[in-house]
Design a protein around this ligand. Sequence first.
Ligand code: MTE
Ligand code: MO
Length: 397
Amino acid sequence: MARELADQGKDSVGRWLGVPRPRVGPFRPDAFPSRLHTPRIAAILGVALGVAFLVCFVTGVLSHLIQDPPSWFTWPSRPAGLYRVTQGLHVITGVALIPLLLAKLWTVYPKLFGWPPAVSVAHTLERLALLPLIGGGLFLVFTGLGNINIWRPWEFGFREGHFWAAWITVGALVVHVGAKGATTLRTLRGPPEPEPADAGLSRRGFLGTAFGGAGLLALFLAGQTVAPLRKLALLAPRRPDVGPQGFPINRTAASARVEEAALDPDYRLVVDGNVERPLSLSLDELREMPQREATLPISCVEGWSAEARWRGVPVRDLLELAGAPDDAEARVVSLQESRRLRTAELNRHHAWDRDTLLALRVNGEDLHLEHGYPCRLIGPNRPGVMQTKWVGRLEVL
Ligand SMILES: Nc1nc2c(c(=O)[nH]1)N[C@H]1C(S)=C(S)[C@@H](COP(=O)(O)O)O[C@H]1N2
Ligand SMILES: [Mo]
């Protein structure tokens, strides 16, 4: 079987462009003695990887659309926890596919040394597409893992890099499935390969290890968003129940250089822009307005999420009080100095949802400075990056 995979062409046609098959190193006919380099293992891993990658790709593109919506896309504010599910899936599938990817690469790498190296134009293209496929896949895994650990040792913007790599990878995957899909199906429909009689890891054992590894990674990570599993969140960068007021902080007040502005006794929330009556409200005036409570998660793009009980002034009430046009969109602006995540937009669904709040309290206490004191945005079905802390301005668009 190893021979079968390694020898792309029969030796009789192997006098490729007059160059005979080399007989050294990885080109020796018996260079890959393991009996695990089989088409069936490659096919099973390929299908599983394809499914996991597809889930990861779709949920990832969705997250981009939500954060940078083109004109044809509107993200609803309901169901409240939908983004928590899609982004949780994105990160869990992205991490769980790592053992499958490594197992697949190991299974098929002898084919790199197949002879002849190119048989036809189609075969050459199929092989060339492996570069963006494997390179893109490894790049996505590396940058994704770095990002969920807030470790970004690269110069480019994470989102742009991750996004474009995903498109390149999925393009290469389409070529790959086009070239290999039929063979894969035929292999899977065919009879199972007999287990080798010799000692060593069986095929079943090898696949079990790869899938078991994927399952364990998923299990030990899922606790960052699936509350009942939180005690098992051994691999999760954040435990969703650890932090001030019972949940994590992603960016501290100090690193956003916002402490002075947030603690200023002359703090005012300004509501302006496209309104009839611009407002400027002190914290006490905000506290005197009718308050609303909502239990909503913060669903970070990094995959963790934490639910809390929020209390504050509905954005909707402020829009009405200021005389904003019906269905107006809005933007919240943070007091923080640095530009990253200083503003977030509210489309009309989010701006007018009753549960989209400028929260003053959480879990029965005034907001902790780290969670956005004096006031933060919290709304249903929004990525964490759009739940702006330390809000100083609500601008109607
Ligand atoms: N002004 C401001 N708001 C922000 C951020 C930020 O960097 N600056 N980070 C966001 C991110 S990425 C997340 S996940 C949530 C986390 O809220 P928490 O720190 O209260 O848990 O805040 C969001 N609000
Ligand atoms: Mo986040």
